[in-house]
Write a protein that binds this ligand. Structure first.
Ligand code: AMP
Length: 615
């Protein structure tokens, strides 16, 4: 994938950089590239030929890190200093993970339950983003060592169910490791890409991706049409995988061996032998071994009976995923197997039987996600024009609403083409026009984002404030051109404009805008709260003043004076830009005016009912 170009001005060779694909897994991670000569994706291996890097980070007393297999060896001896499964903590608050806290043998903490979790090792605290960045750095080094060139651009995969916070955390981990993360893609999408499924122009496919790894199980149903993948449903169990198979087998033998839970080293040996037996039985009918000087054995049939309930759970989840996608088994065109545990013959047979078809297992199930990420990287590098480029919006798109707030219609990372719409209304009585200002960016206030376009919807017929229904629609076509239209639904007046969202924005600018939004997130929340309180207060002032003019006669002198005092207080609070004071003054004004407002409205209702029949 490394392209070579010649700088015509200087005659020097420009080595174009390789973009790598990374599977940042719960148990293992790995890095892959597409080879320039063969155009085939390959996983990058160490001198022992191993591609998998255990997703484990160990800290010594001086906070020096080791990653991967050397760290895994310290898992039993130094549990408090050896961090595994950090992916489970990405983008999570302590509240999110407190119920799973028992799973971790290291210290997961947070003083504020809504803040993102931290991991304490010795006297130091690490975020899951930092910990993941150590794993990514290790992979980056491996690639640089093998490719003999610097590696700074990557595609990283995440589970399809990852939310925006988890995706953002993954992206940040990449940045911290010195990687420019060009794209975050879904693991099942990557697995499908590795098999070249549905990525050819004009192809349409429905794919089931069955992913049984070391600690997690996911089933995803996707469709692909014209190069756009869409996840229709996901199901699974975040605590079900090969480790559970090992545990079941270990327990089975421990009925005979009676090893105490407290004997950590024997328990470890039991688990290691169980994993060895499981792998052996993937290709043989009998396993025989020795634990603590005693012989143990298991036949394939016994093993299958033992793990049947576990496999059944995954098949039930497949049924649920299909149901959620609104599909029948016969509508699935392809089934893709992912994860080391799909090597277990019973698993493979059960999946084949359920879907009633052969499954894709030609590629190494441990590597298939990273290989697909490399294929995506190759498409991004422009080396593969056969496959369609799957594109997403790099920044959020929205319009300006009251108080200069950004109202996002299409969030960043949404797939292209895309369509979104929302209804707005007028602020003033008789308002005949509405300005639609289109912005791009992640900040809460439009002034901090980038204006893309602006137009006026005119000719809205006169009606009271809040009555008009203006539907604003954003449509991004396959070329990334955004068309914004606004229609007043009661009268049908309409206006539209074409915008090129990315025009003039370099990758660096996009990065900067994302970084800004991260750095300023706290301030933005505060500003948004102040703007919202001010807008509400202003509306309250308008309504009250209107009411006072219209129903002056029905209000006592006392009520008028009291209302004016509170109106003044609210004006002062707005000038002071103090959110709490504004909210408090708005409430007080509301309390003061409510009694006479209710009195007047009741009277008006009685008048209106006079002489009319009530049905
Ligand atoms: P992953 O998270 O995808 O790397 O999956 C790792 C899991 O696959 C671990 O539980 C391994 O024990 C399991 N695994 C690896 N090789 C085999 C094999 N030959 N047969 C059965 N399970 C395997």
């Amino acid at each position: 994938m490394g392209k070579v170009a010649i700088n015509i001005a200087t005659g020097s060779l420009l080595q174009e950089e390789t973009i790598v694909g990374i599977d940042l897994g719960t148990t293992n991670s790995l890095i892959a590239i597409v080879k320039t000569d063969t155009h085939q994706p390959i996983a990058l291996r160490d001198i022992d030929g191993l591609a998998l890097v255990p997703s484990i980070v160990h800290f010594d007393e001086h906070a020096n890190t080791t990653v991967g297999n050397p760290a895994k060896e310290l898992l039993v001896a130094e549990p408090e200093r050896t961090i595994y499964s950090v992916k489970r903590l990405m983008g999570k608050s302590y509240k999110d993970v407190s119920k799973d806290a028992g799973f971790f043998s290291y210290n997961v903490i947070d003083d504020d339950t809504d803040a993102l979790v931290k991991i304490q090792v010795g006297q130091k605290f690490y975020s899951p983003i930092e910990l993941s960045s150590y794993i990514l750095k290790e992979l980056k080094h491996r690639a640089e060592h093998i490719l003999k060139t610097s590696v700074t651009k990557a595609v990283i995969t995440v589970p399809a169910y990852f939310n925006d916070a988890q995706r953002q955390a993954t992206r940040d981990a990449g940045r911290l490791a010195g990687l420019d993360v060009l794209r975050i893609i879904n693991e099942p999408t990557a697995a499908s890409l590795a098999y070249g499924l549905g990525a050819m122009k004009g192809e349409e496919k429905t794919i089931a991706v069955y992913d049984l790894g070391g600690g997690t199980f996911d089933i995803s149903i996707l469709t692909i049409s014209n190069g756009i993948f869409e996840v229709l449903s996901t199901n699974g169990d975040t605590y079900l995988g090969g480790d559970d198979i090992d545990r079941m087998l270990a327990q089975h033998w421990n009925k005979e061996l009676n090893i105490a839970d407290t004997d950590k080293s024997m328990m470890q040996q039991l688990r290691v032998t169980a994993e060895e037996a499981k792998k052996h039985l993937s290709a043989n009918d009998l396993f025989e071994g020795v634990i603590d000087g005693k012989k143990v054995s298991i036949t394939k049939q016994q093993f299958n009976e033992l793990i049947q309930p576990l496999v059944d759970r995954t098949i039930i989840a497949c049924g649920n995923a299909l149901k959620d996608a609104g599909l029948k088994i016969a509508q699935i065109d392809e089934v893709v197997m992912v994860g080391g545990s799909t090597r277990v013959p019973l698993v493979k047979e059960s999946v084949k039987r359920f879907f009633g078809r052969e499954v894709h297992d030609e590629l190494n199930p441990d590597e298939v996600v990273a290989l697909g990420a490399a294929v995506q990287a190759d498409i991004l590098a422009g080396n593969n024009t056969e496959m369609l480029l799957l594109d997403v919006t790099p920044l959020s798109l929205g319009i300006e609403t009251m108080g200069g707030l950004m109202d996002v219609l299409i969030p960043r990372n949404s797939k292209i083409p895309n369509k979104a719409g929302r209804q707005y209304t007028t602020q003033k009585d008789g308002q005949g026009g509405m300005r639609i200002s289109v912005f791009q960016g992640e900040r809460d206030l439009v002034q901090d984002n980038r204006k893309l376009a602006e137009f006026n919807l005119t000719g809205i017929p006169g009606m009271p404030a809040g009555m008009a229904k203006v539907e604003v629609t954003f449509l991004i076509d396959a070329d990334g051109i955004l068309k914004v239209s606004a229609t007043e639904l009661r009268s049908g007046v309409a206006q539209s404009i074409d915008v090129k969202p990315q025009y003039g924005l370099t990758d660096e600018e996009v990065e900067k805008m994302l970084l800004d939004s991260l750095t300023n997130a706290k301030d933005d929340i505060k500003t948004r709260a102040l703007v919202e309180a001010t807008t509400e207060a202003q509306q309250m002032i308008n309504t009250t003043e209107k009411f006072l003019t219209k129903y002056r006669k029905a209000i006592t002198e006392e009520e008028l004076i009291l209302t004016n005092t509170h109106l003044q207080k609210l004006h002062d609070a707005i000038s002071a830009k103090d959110k709490d004071k504004i909210q408090h003054a708005t409430e007080s004004l509301n309390d003061v005016s409510r009694p006479y407002a209710e009195r007047v409205m009741e009277g008006a209702l009685k008048d209106a009912m006079k002489g009319k029949k009530v049905i």
